[in-house]
Design a protein around this ligand. Structure first.
Ligand code: ATP
Ligand code: RIB
Length: 308
C-alpha cells in the first residue's frame, strides 16, 4: 500500500455524560457535567490515521452549523485534507449522545443529520481524492448505497478497501467480496455471519466464514483480549495490551485508523496490528473519542518501552 489514505465516513459531535452505570430501560441516572467532544466513526478514524503518521484525505458531510464548522477546523489542525468535505446547509451536523460508565463501558445513540446526505454521487464526484491512494477506509454511519459505490470505485481503481462494519449490519455478499480487509468486533461479526451465539469457539468460525466470502484479511477485534486474525498466513489470536480502561469510546476507531496508517507506511500485517493495538490501548486510558487518539511518537515510545 502507498501512503495516501482516503477515509470516507461520518463526522459527529459527541455529547457525553459520565454516569455511575449505564441506565437500564426506563431508568434515569444522574451524571456529570456535559462534555462536548469531537467524534463520529469516520472522523475518529481519519484523526487516528493522521496522528499516527498517515497522509489522510477525509470525505464526509457536515452542515453549516457551529458543530459542522468547528469539526472541519479541527480536522485541518490534524493535517487532514478537508477539500472534499461536503457542507450541506440547512441540516444539523451529526450528533452522538453518549453515556460513559465508571467501568469505561458506554452506550451511544446517533442522530446522523448531515451524515445521511453523503451520497453515491459525492463519491463519484470526488475521484481526484482517490488518485494515487494506497488505501480506502470506511464504516457504516453513512448510507449503505454510498459504501457500495465506494467499494465499486475501489475495485475499478485497484485501491485496497478496509471496511470497519460498524455499527453492525448484515451486508450484501457482493459488497463483502470487494473488501480487502474487514475489521468487525465480535457482535458485528456475528451479525455479518448470522451467528446466534458468540463464544470462544465461534470466533474462528465467523472469521473463516468471512474469509471464504472472498475477504483476504479478516480481523475480529475482541476488546481487551486483542484481535483474531484470519488470512492466508496466520489464523489465531494476537493479544492486545493490558491497561486500565477509563473510556473505551472509539477504541475500534483508533485501531482502524492506526492500522491503515501502519499498512500505508509499509508495515506487514502482524506488525501493523500490534501498532494499532497499542494505539487503541492508549486511547482507552483517556476520555473521549478524538482527544484520546495518540500520535506516532507516543505509540512508538510505548511499543519500545514494552519491549524493553
Ligand atoms: P468501540 O465500539 O468501543 O470503539 P469496538 O467494539 O469497535 O470498540 P473493540 O474490540 O472493543 O472494538 O476494541 C478494538 C481494539 O482496541 C481491541 O482489539 C484492542 O486492541 C483495543 N482495546 C479495546 N478495549 C481495550 C481495553 N480495555 N484494554 C486494552 N485494549 C483495548
Ligand atoms: O465509535 C465511536 C463513535 O461512535 C463516537 O465518537 C460517536 O460519534 C459514534 O459515532
Amino acid at each position: 500500500m502507498r501512503n495516501k489514505i482516503v477515509v470516507v465516513g461520518s463526522s459527529n459531535t459527541d455529547m457525553v455524560v459520565k454516569v455511575p452505570h449505564i441506565p437500564a430501560p426506563g431508568e434515569t441516572v444522574m451524571g456529570s457535567d456535559l462534555l462536548t467532544i469531537p467524534g463520529g466513526k469516520g472522523a475518529n478514524q481519519a484523526v487516528a490515521a493522521a496522528r499516527s503518521g498517515g497522509a489522510v484525505v477525509f470525505i464526509t458531510c457536515v452542515s453549516d452549523d457551529t458543530f459542522g464548522i468547528n469539526s472541519v477546523e479541527n480536522y485541518k489542525k490534524d493535517n487532514i485534507d478537508t477539500s472534499y468535505i461536503k457542507v450541506k446547509p440547512g441540516l444539523h451536523s451529526g450528533v452522538a449522545l453518549i453515556n460513559v460508565a465508571d467501568d469505561g463501558e458506554n452506550s451511544i445513540a446517533v442522530a446522523p443529520g448531515a451524515n445521511s446526505h453523503l451520497l453515491p454521487e459525492d463519491i463519484l464526484n470526488s475521484r481526484g481524492a482517490f488518485e494515487g491512494a494506497g488505501a480506502i477506509l470506511a464504516q457504516l454511519e453513512i448510507p449503505l448505497e454510498t459504501v457500495i459505490t465506494l467499494a465499486r470505485l475501489a475495485g475499478e481503481m485497484r485501491i485496497p478497501m478496509i471496511l470497519n462494519p460498524a455499527p453492525g449490519a448484515n451486508l450484501p455478499a457482493d459488497l463483502l467480496k470487494k473488501i480487502e480487509i474487514i475489521t468487525p468486533n465480535e457482535t458485528e461479526a456475528a451479525i455479518l455471519t448470522e451467528t446466534r451465539e458468540v463464544s470462544d469457539e465461534s470466533i474462528p468460525v465467523m472469521a473463516r466464514t468471512l474469509y471464504e466470502m472472498g475477504i483476504k484479511t479478516v480481523i475480529i477485534t475482541l476488546g481487551s483480549k486483542g484481535v483474531f486474525l484470519f488470512n492466508s498466513e496466520f489464523q489465531g489470536i494476537i493479544p492486545g495490551y493490558s491497561v486500565k480502561a477509563v473510556d473505551t469510546t472509539a477504541a475500534g476507531d483508533v485501531f482502524n485508523g492506526a492500522l491503515s496508517s501502519a499498512l500505508s507506511q509499509g508495515k506487514k500485517m502482524k506488525e501493523a496490528i500490534d501498532f494499532a493495538q497499542m494505539a487503541a490501548a492508549i486511547s482507552v486510558t483517556r476520555m473521549g473519542a478524538q482527544p484520546s487518539a495518540p500520535d506516532l511518537k507516543e505509540i512508538n515510545e510505548r511499543i519500545k518501552r514494552n519491549i524493553q
